[in-house]
Write a new protein. Structure first.
Length: 340
């Protein structure tokens, strides 16, 4: 039997007993762009899922702005609207209002959305809608912000909107080119994401480079505006309550963080460090803890997010253990003062 090439990334401990282990790959870039640390198979292509949304939002912004400064859709892609285009919102009414406004700027309604119908992820909102007899809707789906931005960009350019999810559509071709440009590597695979949008596969190291490019972008550039929207409006990247991406950006102001399904996460710090994580079993529960441990090992300042480095394991409703990072580095990181 051939040994798996992936490294151990996290452990689940219950009452001192290691109950489960998560394996996968992780790569950390230093501020110069060089690989500082890695584990597993960092150059293996992955499907980033929603982790790629900030780059797709960038593609929507640059496509809309190419229509001219007077484009209503281009003017609408700012602040919370640009953040929600880069995020996976929880379907709160405040999220829905932003998405509706973005669609209105394109002269469209939620009927134009191509994402599936869904309940909001926010529990209080979902319970309220169910009690009121409402049904699942496209606008409550966590990807509706990205889809609204795609529609707005297509409308601004005079491109068709009924087929905006076709990989051959000009907007999706522009998105693929934008991903490749920021990643510094060609797109390896084009698949269909859970929301129906084209999904662009790339090496995990390339994914880390996209986050570094956004975090280090020149002031005033489209890349910098996407990053700034995420930093200023983290509740539109995730949600107001208990969302890991939002919580991380609130704990470490200036950080960019975006996770995706199947255990993927990208994070970049203001000083230029970047990390990308892929948990091979697809579980996202340890990704934030892994990313923070990896950044700390590379020398990035993440102490203010210490509480996010442990995910409680409950027994009888009380903490009896934790999910924590346990990264099996390909090359061991340098020792820190805390270890000495």
């Amino acid at each position: 039997m051939t040994a798996l090439p992936y490294g151990e990334l996290a452990r689940v401990t219950r009452n001192g007993f290691v109950e489960s282990r998560h394996f996968g790959s992780v790569v950390v870039l230093d501020p110069s762009g060089a690989v500082a640390l890695s584990a597993g198979v960092p150059d293996e292509p992955v499907l980033p899922r929603s982790t790629l949304k900030p780059v797709q939002a960038l593609a929507c912004l640059t496509a809309a702005e190419a229509a001219g400064a007077g484009s209503r859709a281009a003017r609408a892609l700012t602040g919370p609207a640009l953040a929600i285009a880069a995020g996976s919102h929880t379907g709160d009414d405040r999220h829905v209002d932003v998405v509706r406004d973005l669609l209105a700027a394109a002269g469209l309604t939620e009927d134009a959305l191509g994402c599936p119908v869904d309940w909001p992820e926010d529990e209080a909102t979902r319970d309220r809608l169910i009690r009121a007899g409402d049904q699942r809707s496209r606008i409550r789906m966590n990807c509706s912000g990205k889809h609204a931005a795609m529609l707005a960009a297509a409308a601004a350019r005079g491109w068709s909107t009924h087929d905006y999810l076709d990989p051959a559509h000009p907007l999706q071709q522009h998105a693929a080119a934008t991903v490749a440009r920021l990643a510094g590597t060609p797109v390896t695979t084009v698949a269909v994401d859970g929301c129906g949008a084209p999904l662009f596969g790339l090496p995990l190291t390339g994914l880390a480079r996209t986050f570094q490019a956004l975090a280090e972008a020149a002031p005033g550039s489209a890349e910098a505006r996407v990053a700034e929207a995420m930093r200023r409006h983290p509740e539109h990247v995730g949600g107001w309550h208990g969302h890991p991406n939002t919580d991380l950006m609130r704990a470490l102001p200036g950080v960019l963080a975006k996770g995706g399904a199947e255990g993927v996460l990208g994070v970049a710090t203001p000083d230029g460090h970047a990390v990308a994580v892929k948990v091979i079993d697809g579980s996202p529960r340890a990704t934030t803890a892994i990313a923070l441990a990896a950044l700390a090992a590379a020398g990035a300042a993440v102490d203010d997010a210490e509480e996010l480095r442990r995910v409680p394991v409950l027994g009888g409703g009380e903490p009896v253990g934790a999910v924590t990072a346990a990264i099996e580095w390909t090359a061991k990181p340098p020792r820190t003062e805390k270890e000495d």
